[in-house]
Design a protein. Structure first.
Length: 71
């Protein structure tokens, strides 16, 4: 893995961690910022939707469901 790839990978992990935290804490406005112009892998999206369902946060569920899937 090159330095650039490592940086992107670390950024990706940090971004996903921030998404999980925002969903778990019910931070809808932060989640909107983090999701802006983003795609998500199916497994990641499914996990975050399940997490939002545990908190019974319908607004966050709808935000996550609207995120397009990446390749």
């Amino acid at each position: 893995m090159t330095s650039g790839q490592a940086d992107r990978h670390n950024h990706s992990i940090a971004h996903y961690s921030a998404l999980k935290t925002a969903v778990a804490n019910g931070e809808e406005s932060l989640l909107k910022e983090l999701l802006a112009n983003q795609t998500m892998q199916p497994l990641e999206k499914s996990y975050l939707i399940d997490l939002a369902k545990l908190n019974n946060n319908h607004n966050i569920i709808h935000l996550l469901e609207a995120v397009p899937l990446g390749s």
